[in-house]
Every structure is written in structure tokens, then in C-alpha cells.
Design a protein around this ligand. Structure first.
Ligand SMILES: [Zn+2]
Length: 231
């Protein structure tokens, strides 16, 4: 039995099957939502379940849409790319000198070899994003090391699929997602603070969120910005 459910603005395909539990899934590339439910479950109970999961569903959809948009980028002139929460038009320039990117006249200029592939241009862009984060992160770490009274032993920037950052409290090691370069500075600072609070509390428990509330009161708003930005 297949039916469709509309919760808020999210369309959900519901299949009733001979199963014991309820399953919810969000599928790439568009973020279509499916629920498999036991035959005996009432439509009302399914609807209540979907409502309770709505925030999670929307977060997954935003993530998938971001990944899909990112995969479509060709790194050609006229395309739009984000840096620090602002949208810029890309201007690709052929060069025999050092390959690099820079912001000039309100555009991102990407200097690459003649005949470069999409992957090669993407790599130059990523190196630029990485170098920008490597400049922005140290003062933030210093500021919050002082406020939290904790030291970070090692930190780095890498491309991460599902997280904005990660922290190993034992080793005092933090990784930041390269994609943070595309978001506003306050988003970057929120992730710095979030990961550093893990040096005080390893788990996402009440104690952890109490620290965040105290140290970075508007973190929920910023997290929404981080998970909702469309490009
Ligand atoms: Zn965390």
C-alpha cells in the first residue's frame, strides 16, 4: 500500500508492509523521503512520527542538495561560488605563472593552466579555500583557548562528507571541514567553539549544551545558517 503524506512542505512516500518497525529514509539526489511502516500502524501515528522527524528530514535534504550542487560545479567563468557566506562570480584566467585564486573587483579570479580540467581547477580552488581557513583559524583557537582554559595540540583542515568538524578530546586534536570556507565567519567561529567545548565535555549531552549556551548563546541560529545555506 503506497500513499503520500504532506508534512509542512515535505512530501513523503509511505509504504505499508509486513514489517515490525517504522523506517524513515532520505534519498539522493533530490532528497526524496520515504517511510516504511507496519501494516497495522495508523495513518495518524505515521503522521506524528513524520512531524517529530521533520527537522532531521530537512537537515538531510539540505545536505543532499548541497552535495548535488557542489557536484555540478564546472569551475568556469560566470559560475557562482561562495566564500565566507557571500556569493561571488567566478572569473577563470589562464596563466603560465603560479596557479591561485583571489578576490578582485567583487569576483573570485581563478588562475589556471590553459586546457586545465574541471578537477584541476577545483583543486586550485580548494587550496585557496584551505589557505584562507589556515589564516582564519589560529586567532580563533587562541581566543577560545584562553576563554576555555584548554589547549589544542593539533588541528587541520580537510574535506569531510558529513560533519563540519571533529574533535578527539584525548589527543586534543581537531579537524575542520574545508567547506567552512564557504560560510560566514561566525559559522567558522561556532564550529571552533563547538569542537573546543568537546575538550570540556566529550559527548553531546546536557552538560555540553550548557557550556555552548553560556559561551556562545546564539549557536542555534548559526547552526541553522550552517545547515540551511543553499547554493
Ligand atoms: Zn560535537
Amino acid at each position: 500500500m503506497v500513499s503520500n503524506l504532506l508534512v509542512d512542505d515535505v512530501q513523503i512516500e509511505v509504504r505499508k508492509k509486513k514489517i515490525k518497525n517504522l523506517y524513515l529514509s532520505v534519498h539522493p539526489p533530490e532528497g526524496s523521503v520515504k517511510i516504511s511502516a507496519p501494516l497495522t500502524m495508523s495513518d495518524e501515528a505515521i503522521w506524528e512520527f513524520a512531524v517529530a522527524k521533520l527537522a532531521w528530514i530537512k537537515k538531510q535534504q539540505a545536505k543532499l542538495q548541497r552535495q548535488a550542487k557542489q557536484a555540478q560545479k564546472e569551475y568556469v567563468s560566470g559560475e557562482s561560488h561562495f566564500f565566507q557566506g557571500k556569493r561571488y562570480l567566478l572569473q577563470v584566467v589562464e596563466t603560465k605563472k603560479k596557479q591561485k585564486a583571489e578576490i578582485k573587483e567583487g569576483k573570485i579570479y581563478l588562475y589556471v593552466r590553459q586546457g586545465s580540467t574541471k578537477e584541476q581547477r577545483e583543486k586550485v580552488m580548494r587550496e585557496w579555500y584551505r589557505s584562507q581557513l589556515k589564516k582564519q583559524i589560529p586567532p580563533l583557537l587562541a581566543k577560545w583557548e584562553q576563554r576555555l582554559g584548554r589547549k589544542v595540540n593539533f588541528w587541520g583542515v580537510k574535506l569531510m562528507k558529513t560533519k563540519w568538524g571533529s574533535c578527539n578530546p584525548g589527543a586534543k586534536r581537531i579537524w575542520f571541514n574545508l567547506e567552512l570556507a564557504k560560510h560566514s565567519f561566525r559559522c567558522l567561529e561556532y564550529i571552533v567553539v563547538h569542537e573546543m567545548v568537546h575538550l570540556l565535555e566529550r559527548h553531546h549531552n546536557q552538560r555540553f549544551y550548557a557550556y555552548l549556551d553560556k559561551l556562545f548563546p546564539n549557536w542555534k541560529e548559526i547552526r541553522a545558517e550552517l545547515n540551511g545555506l543553499q547554493w
